[in-house]
Design a protein around this ligand. Structure first.
Ligand SMILES: CC(C)(COP(=O)(O)OP(=O)(O)OC[C@H]1O[C@@H](n2cnc3c(N)ncnc32)[C@H](O)[C@@H]1OP(=O)(O)O)[C@@H](O)C(=O)NCCC(=O)NCCS
Length: 347
């Protein structure tokens, strides 16, 4: 028994390192071994253990054209288990599992996929541009340009584009599920890098967020930020911060918006949200140092809600963050007071 287990061991792969994504900008990108990024998780595709059985040196490469997100897959491995030598034990049907989570029109043939690259500069983002910003190029004096577009399902062909975007989420968002995009209460915000080379402008996909306009009694709406994703090559460069800021700019000025909520936020997303909300609230008289030393007040909740559409729970969280910021670490009395203020929420 132990013997057969030892023999099977080399055929077990960690799915999170076997699956590799690449955003393809040129035909050369299809040949090279660099520029890949990996999923954060794969349990929704390959099961709890996030393992794939039956191959050695497995690589499942999922290529996306960098603008229009056309998809091509390539399976590479050293050896595949031979059932005749292992009591009929078969390799997992990886492609079946992956096909279930990819849109239907994956391009099987690499030459066909490669031809799609010629049309990439013709790709135009869906919807309307609502926001733009720049980032300094690493080690250069030039800036990179980014644009955020707001789209919905009335934009022709956006449904298919969204399906291709959505094919990323199970690999990066815990408990993610595909949305019913036919529901017209969804708004979509998509971030692109705008690149101009040799007079040709392209829009490269960076990340996106969905937002559902919930009804709030009696005559308001309560937008809920749902899926948020910034692809790993673009993470930790402030794109989510810009994206959320752009979304706030859309909803905050609207009288019909009661407050903005977030669906089951991940820790990383919650930190970004805390950062934006705290920075905003610092501009309000109700969140100045003299007030923060006291209890969380009705005035704070009201100001956060009216000025920034922050809901009660998040306003309270912001208060705790900002109060901690002004509490001297070595002042035992002030720290005890802070702890008691937090405790009063937990009781
Ligand atoms: C959560 C997520 C959207 C954040 O996107 P992001 O673009 O990396 O976010 P930002 O760059 O605005 O901020 C992230 C961090 O980078 C830091 N940062 C921002 N600009 C930076 C820069 N130029 N250099 C270094 N760090 C920077 C921020 O301070 C922040 O720090 P923190 O980790 O202490 O909070 C992204 O990590 C993601 O898509 N994760 C997987 C999916 C997910 O969890 N989605 C949320 C589901 S609700």
């Amino acid at each position: 028994m132990e013997d057969i287990q030892n023999k099977l061991m080399p055929y077990i792969c960690d799915a999170n390192s076997a699956v590799q994504f690449k955003l393809v900008k040129s035909k050369e990108d299809l040949e090279t071994d660099d520029g890949f990024f990996f999923p954060d998780m794969s349990h929704q595709i390959f099961g709890e253990k996030e393992q794939i059985f039956g191959f050695t040196d497995l690589k499942l490469r999922i290529y996306y054209t960098a603008s229009s997100l056309q998809i091509h897959t390539k399976l590479l491995y050293g050896r595949k288990i031979n059932p005749e030598q292992f009591d009929g034990v078969k390799a997992d049907d990886i492609m079946k599992s992956v096909r279930e989570v990819l849109p239907a029109n994956v391009i099987e043939n690499v030459d066909d996929f490669s031809k799609k690259l010629d049309g990439e500069p013709n790709f135009k983002p869906f919807g309307e541009i609502i926001y733009n910003y720049t980032r300094q190029q690493k080690g250069k004096s030039t800036k990179r340009n980014f644009e955020i577009y707001k789209a919905d399902m009335t934009n022709p062909n956006f449904k298919e584009y969204h399906q291709r975007i959505e094919s990323f989420i199970l690999w990066f968002i815990d408990a993610a599920c595909f949305i019913d995009s036919d529901d017209d209460k969804w708004d979509f915000y998509v971030v692109f890098e705008k690149c101009t080379e040799g007079g040709i402008t392209s829009h490269l996909f960076v990340g996106y967020s969905t937002c559902y306009r919930f009804y709030a009694y009696p005559d308001k709406i309560r937008p809920r930020i749902s899926q948020v994703l910034v692809l790993p090559p673009y993470q930790r460069q402030g794109h989510c911060t810009e994206l959320i800021t752009a979304i706030y700019q859309q909803y905050v000025p609207k009288a019909a918006v009661l407050d903005i909520t977030a669906e089951d936020p991940s820790e990383n997303f919650q930190r970004v949200r805390d950062f934006i909300d705290s920075k905003n609230c610092l501009k309000l008289p109700e969140f100045q140092d003299s007030k923060l030393g006291q209890k969380f007040s009705k005035e704070m909740r009201k100001a956060a809600q009216e000025k920034y559409k922050i809901n009660r729970r998040q306003a309270r969280r912001v208060y705790e963050i900002l109060r901690l910021r002004i509490t001297p670490e070595n002042d035992d009395v002030a720290f005890t007071k802070y702890r008691l203020a937090v405790k009063s929420r937990l009781n």
